[in-house]
Design a protein around this ligand. Structure first.
Ligand code: BGC
Length: 821
């Protein structure tokens, strides 16, 4: 498509369109493309996933959206690259993915994923950056800028408060305004304001009772009016509930196509004067303006080899050395190592779901180690099976035997695919049993164990004292094997740091009691106390804190200076300090700046990250770091003022190597310019848990949360059954025969089209949680609203004979279509 080809005369184009044509632009024409209008020269554009590379599906018409995709570079996942704390690297990754989009004629990339990691159990955490909104916003903004430098549009997802997979299509997230603003919206806000993303994906879930794709408050009042977002809101695939209501709220494009069904509803609503044509015109205008910002596609193929090297480089910058007792790492090239664990040969390098890349190639750590050391010092034992993760005593025995005869045991273990998957949340934070068993057995015969952890997120480590080193690789993409080998042998000095806390146990996580498996409503009772904001405020011991990561060298921090000792909140503050590499090798340090409001009338976290910088230092080299802070960095969101406020008082500036390794401290006095009467903030008696500074935040009662929330909380139950009831809800009801027929039909389709077992299992899982409404919307015309309504009626035990006849007629038709495919 040619840049600038559409908008030269948008007004005229709109005038020339029929009502039907305008409505058609508000929906995809198939699973991945938007509708074109040839007679007016309006093109169709293609959208594709995802967050760590390009997943362009080969067959555009396949209704599942999970079949084979073209080959592309699998970069480290968002959870991995975030550990680099390196904005330039994020820009580079966006830039390289942008080039691939150009070659593949993809105009919009459905990424980055910027949801906050509320609980370590969320299956899609691997697609997200951090538990911290400031870090997320800064990194994702750089990614978007890199991507869009090629005139490929970004699509921030999943907007918003979409922090678990279970029931994701119907879940109602209940959270208070301050938490929404400070934790869940602020990364989106920062990216919108600094990087002007092309689009935002409206999530499946409801927020405070309203589906995201019809949430006026979030889409219109906040996103567009407050933040000035000028891009396009796209519905997540199937997230449209009421199309007309959605359009009024600002959900511009429905994806995938509803095959004309919802376009007709738009047309009808305009004709019946239930929808102003002006609303539709504004939507069309935004869409056409958006098309214009996209660019002419390059016909040249990108250099796969070069992109693979970039994937390796990004992985090298991102892996996190969690532990290195007795300086066991880096390894000498002459020591005898036993490589144990099938992940050394078949790495766990990405997650499962819509972001899954079909990689151009994959480095495995075993081969990369052999390249560095030669074969004579390396042996291998499988240790466990990757296909079922069941305990195999013979494999454990062989591995232990090998470890006994070696200087060092390099243990490749980690979380299986089911722990990093769209549509499925983790059950716990434990490693699979065979992996734990290997540590137990091997530590009896060899104390020199180095764990190479491939993890979608944090894991519990009751075994941590049995091993000497742990290298957390997260899901390092197709170049991960290269990075692992080079870090183990010291050719690369590790420099990643954790962007989320590793708690000692799942129970310690503040969402532990509020991460529902069955209910369709989730209450964010922990409020703003997410991740280290909770652990540090409540002084809970953790396994590895936010911001932690080791290097093969050491750094000393000195000379912290503030530009002023006393400021008004409207003035800026400059913070400077020095960092020296005091070790023997070159290394990179991620320096972090936190602020702490010493005394506050409103409850606040113990500290919050407000600055970070990654720097490279030669041995003995010293560099000065300069960071600037502004009002927003000291502020909290004042719900009554509907604004960000700073209270007068003393603030600490804390500088260090992690949230729990603070090396420098200074303080300043800030004078508030806000008109707010702080006396009003005295709500301590009403919300004791939020002020308690202990683990009470993990046990907030329903009554206390209600007070924080400030509105009545309605239950989210679909009774009697509605179009938003899920297949699983109807399973044990009269509707079950129809449901099992539909499920069988989809299952057959899944089995025939999806070759990989785990993806097929994931799809079947997701299918049961699909609400009837989505089933209709996603069916690409196979199911009609009438069929959906009939299932609902039957489930509600109502007799709808005529609809029943229509239903069976449609089923016969589907069978016929199916028979042909
Ligand atoms: C996911 C999105 C994805 C879309 C298209 C949805 O199920 O939530 O992240 O972009 O599918 O694959």
């Amino acid at each position: 498509m040619e840049k600038g080809s559409v908008s030269s005369n948008i007004e005229k184009l709109i005038q020339a369109m029929t009502l039907e044509e305008k409505a058609s632009l508000c929906s995809g024409k198939n699973y991945w493309e938007t509708q074109n209008i040839d007679r007016l020269g309006i093109p169709s554009i293609m959208m594709s996933d995802g967050s760590h590379g390009l997943r362009k599906q080969k067959n555009l018409l396949d209704p599942l959206g999970f079949t084979e995709s073209v080959k592309s570079t699998c970069y480290p996942t968002a959870s991995t690259v975030a550990c680099s704390f390196d904005k330039e690297l994020l820009y580079l990754m966006g830039d390289y993915i942008g080039r691939e989009c150009q070659t593949e004629h993809v105009s919009v990339l459905l990424g980055p994923g910027v949801n906050i990691k509320r609980s370590p159990l969320c299956g899609r955490n691997y697609e997200y950056y951090s538990e911290d909104p400031y870090l997320t916003g800064e990194l994702a903004s750089a990614f978007v800028q890199g991507l869009q430098s090629h005139h490929v549009g970004a699509c921030l997802n999943h907007f918003v408060a979409n922090n678990q997979e279970k029931n994701r299509m119907t879940l109602d997230t209940i959270l208070d305004e301050r938490t929404l603003r400070e934790i869940y919206l602020s990364a989106f806000e920062h990216i919108v304001k600094t990087a002007k993303p092309w689009s935002i994906l409206g999530a499946f879930n409801r927020v405070n009772g309203e589906f995201m794709c019809e949430n006026q408050y979030l889409l219109k009042d906040i996103l567009r009016n407050e933040w000035g977002f000028e891009g396009i809101v796209i519905s997540d695939w199937g997230a449209i509930n009421d199309r007309v209501k959605g359009l009024m709220a600002g959900a511009d494009i429905e994806m995938p196509s509803s095959c004309g069904k919802n376009n007709k509803k738009i047309v009808m609503a305009v004709k019946k004067k239930n929808l102003k044509e002006d609303v539709l015109d504004k939507t069309v205008k935004r869409i056409l303006k958006g098309y214009d910002a996209l660019s002419i596609h390059q016909e040249t193929a990108y250099d796969r080899q070069e992109h693979h090297h970039i994937a390796r480089h990004i992985a090298c910058e991102s892996l996190v050395l969690l532990k290195n007792k007795d300086h066991i790492l880096p390894l000498s090239k002459t020591c005898q190592v036993a490589i144990i664990g099938e992940y050394a040969l078949k790495p766990m390098y990405q997650g499962l779901g819509s972001s899954r890349i079909n990689p151009t190639r994959i480095d495995n750590a075993y081969e990369q180690i052999v390249k560095i050391t030669g074969t004579t010092t390396v042996t291998y034992a499988k240790g466990y099976h990757t296909h079922d993760h069941l305990l195999d005593p013979q494999l454990i025995h062989e591995a232990t035997d090998l470890a006994r005869k070696s200087d060092i045991a390099l243990l490749f273990i980690g979380t299986p695919e089911s722990c990093q998957s769209e549509g499925i949340d983790r059950k716990d934070m434990a490693l699979p049993e065979p992996h734990r068993q290997l540590i137990l057995e091997i530590s009896q015969v060899n104390t020199n164990i180095v764990v190479i952890l491939m993890n979608g997120g944090p894991v519990e480590m009751p075994w941590v004292d049995r091993v000497k080193a742990i290298l957390a690789c997260y899901l390092p993409g197709q170049g991960g094997g290269y990075a692992i080998a080079n870090i183990l042998y010291g050719d690369i000095n590790p420099s990643g740091k954790l962007t989320e806390t590793f708690p000692l146990r799942l129970k310690d996580n503040p969402t532990y009691r509020n991460f529902p498996k069955y209910k369709q409503q989730v209450q964010y009772r922990e409020g703003i106390y997410v991740g280290y904001r909770y652990y540090d405020t409540a002084s809970i011991d953790v396994l590895y804190p936010f911001g932690h990561g080791l290097s093969y060298t050491t750094f000393v921090y000195t000379d912290l200076r503030l530009s002023q000792q006393k400021i008004k909140d409207t003035e800026g503050l400059t913070v400077t300090f020095k960092v020296t590499n005091t070790g023997l090798v070159e290394g990179k340090e991620v320096v972090q700046l936190y602020i702490k409001d010493r005394v506050s009338s409103i409850f606040r976290p113990e500290k919050e990250l407000k600055g970070f910088h990654k720097m490279s230092l030669l041995p003995n080299q010293t560099k000065e770091v300069v960071m600037t802070l502004h009002k927003r960095d000291f502020a909290y969101y004042n719900v009554e003022m509907k604004d960000w406020c700073v209270e007068s008082g003393i603030f600490d500036i804390l500088v260090g190597a992690s949230s729990r390794d603070l090396r420098l401290q200074a303080s300043l006095e800030i004078q508030s310019t806000s008109q707010y009467n702080e006396e009003k903030n005295q709500i301590k008696e009403l919300l004791p848990s939020y002020y308690a500074q202990d683990d009470s935040m993990n046990r907030v009662s329903a009554a206390e949360f209600k007070l924080l929330y400030g509105h009545p909380i309605k239950d989210t139950i679909e009774t009697p059954f509605t179009m938003n009831s899920r297949l699983i809800d109807i399973k044990n009801n009269l509707g079950k025969y129809m449901v099992s027929f539909i499920v069988k039909m989809y299952e057959n389709h899944i089995e025939h089209t999806i070759k990989d077992e785990m993806t097929s299992e994931m799809m079947q899982n997701m299918l049961w949680e699909t609400p009837i409404r989505c089933l209709v919307n996603l069916s690409q015309g196979l199911f009609t609203d009438e069929i959906g309504e009939f299932i609902v009626a039957i489930a509600n035990k109502k007799k709808r004979l005529i609809k029943g006849i229509k239903f069976f007629r449609s089923l016969l038709m589907i069978k016929k279509i199916h028979g042909r495919s």
